[in-house]
Design a protein around this ligand. Structure first.
Ligand code: MN
Ligand code: MN
Length: 460
């Protein structure tokens, strides 16, 4: 039952393709550190490949037919892409869905304060993080500031060589006797994750001169006032680029593999389909998975359903019943990262059901925690079909379970899409250091995921 390691089997031509995919992915990671940046990048890739926005198709009254390519931009934070197939929509779609939000620190709405000749920004962390991992390291600020006149200022500070970085301090070891005795989840508090932004007072300013200097810089360089933070979304993320990891360059270390590695594999697969497919191929890049898929850009909002209805309408074949059938008859891979087996922490895993880096794309029949709570549980019939698709297409694949039964667990968007009555299974790439500022994946698994997702979209 042990699954083979893909690296052992690759021939020269395949190794080259693995490396090409990895290189393109590293650029994708570097250019998309937030859900907005990632969505923007995805839309650029889709438009370059001939996808047009659903809104523009509606406005033009375009009649859609097989082979047409449509994308949906959900508030600049989630993207759906549809490649229309030969069969009627109501026979169902082959859906591959990943999320493009990642754990990070969000600036609060009223973030700025001055203390002891420093200016700080208060944050509220987003998603599950080990707080101690975010101190004493370089951070970059990414996001948007929307002004009252409706104009948007793009922020990206800390990525260029010449940029300054920001960060969160940690107490020196010499004075840390109390801190070092605390439990890991108590040693650093969420309210103390305040980002140091400045340390130079403005000459001639009496009241909060460091903050005044900072506000002067923000005004001069970005044209924003302190009040503009009220309508801003600024995320502190690890600064710097993704890098090859390991002396053999077999892995990639970077911020946000969860879940941009699946997002990239999905786009790579979709954009590599050159002929008109039998069934509609749908790629989803969704937001807010890390905080429960909430809000208008999370999977729980109805934008998939709405998009299907609109597309059906533009194909001249709309009815509510047909929309329901299209969703019910669909097949879906809920693509999200899985826990890669880490021999340094082997006691957290059950080895024969764990995913290993290098052994290919993962399939999790179920997720959830403690008695599968919060899980989707894929049907054996569906998995049987998937096994055939994977093997027929020479995909390296493995099964995965997120740790030992009683140790913990996690969820994805799978259970939400399953509410339509469609077949859904979790599939993804094994990650080390999941949710840490720097996560690790194997290049082989990325390559196999892209292969798997293409095979699924064409044959499911
Ligand atoms: Mn995830
Ligand atoms: Mn996650």
């Amino acid at each position: 039952m042990e699954r083979p390691n893909a690296w052992k089997e690759y021939k020269k031509t395949e190794l080259k393709k693995v490396e090409q995919t990895a290189e393109a992915y590293r650029r994708f990671l570097d250019n998309g550190k937030t859900e907005r940046e990632c969505a923007k990048q995805a839309i650029e890739m889709l438009e370059k490949a001939g996808y047009i926005s659903l809104d523009s198709a509606i406005a033009a009254g375009k009649k859609l037919k097989a082979g047409d390519k449509i994308y949906v931009n959900q508030m600049n934070k989630a993207v759906l892409a549809f490649l229309i197939g030969k069969k009627p929509l109501e026979t169902g779609m082959n859906i591959v869905g990943a999320h493009i939000d990642s754990p990070r620190l969000d600036l609060k709405q009223n973030p700025l304060y001055e203390d002891s000749d420093f200016a700080f920004a208060d944050t509220h962390y987003y998603g599950g993080i080990k707080k101690y991992q975010w101190t004493a390291r370089e951070l970059a600020l990414h996001g948007v500031v929307v002004k009252k006149d409706g104009s948007t200022v793009q922020i990206c500070i800390g990525e260029k060589e010449s940029d300054p970085v920001v960060g969160i301090t940690d107490l020196l070891i010499h004075l840390s006797q109390d801190q070092m005795g605390k439990k890991l989840n108590e040693a650093i508090t969420g309210e103390n994750l305040d980002i140091m932004l400045a340390g130079k007072p403005l000459a001639g300013e009496e009241k909060e001169p460091v903050k005044a200097q900072l506000l002067k810089i923000l005004k001069e360089e970005y044209g924003i006032d302190e009040e503009d933070f009220l309508s801003a979304e600024i995320e502190a993320v690890p600064a710097g680029k993704a890098r090859d990891y390991g002396l053999d360059r077999s892995m990639i270390m970077g911020y946000g593999h969860d879940d941009r590695v699946c997002a990239f594999a999905e786009l790579d697969a979709l954009l590599s389909i050159k002929n008109i497919p039998e069934s509609v191929c749908c790629g989803m890049l969704v937001d807010k998975e890390e905080i429960g898929s909430v809000g208008a850009t999370g999977m729980r909002a109805n934008y998939l359903e709405n998009a299907v209805a609109e597309i059906m309408n533009l194909m001249g074949d709309y009815s509510e019943l047909k929309v329901r059938r299209a969703l019910k008859n669909s097949r879906m891979l809920s693509c999200d990262v899985s826990a890669g087996f880490d021999p340094l922490y082997s006691s957290a895993y059950e080895k024969k059901n764990a995913a290993f880096l290098g052994r290919g794309v993962c399939y999790n029949k179920f997720t959830g925690s403690r008695g599968k709570s919060g899980s989707n549980d894929a049907n054996a019939e569906f998995i049987g079909r998937l096994r055939k698709i994977m093997d027929d297409n020479h995909v390296f694949w493995q099964t995965a379970e997120l740790g030992k039964v009683d140790v913990g667990g996690g969820g994805t968007i799978a259970y939400i899409c399953a509410l339509y009555g469609m077949e859904v299974i979790d599939s993804g790439v094994a990650v080390l250091n999941m949710h840490a500022p720097m996560e690790v994946i194997s290049k082989a698994d990325l390559y196999e995921a892209a292969k798997a997702y293409k095979a699924f979209m064409l044959e499911a």
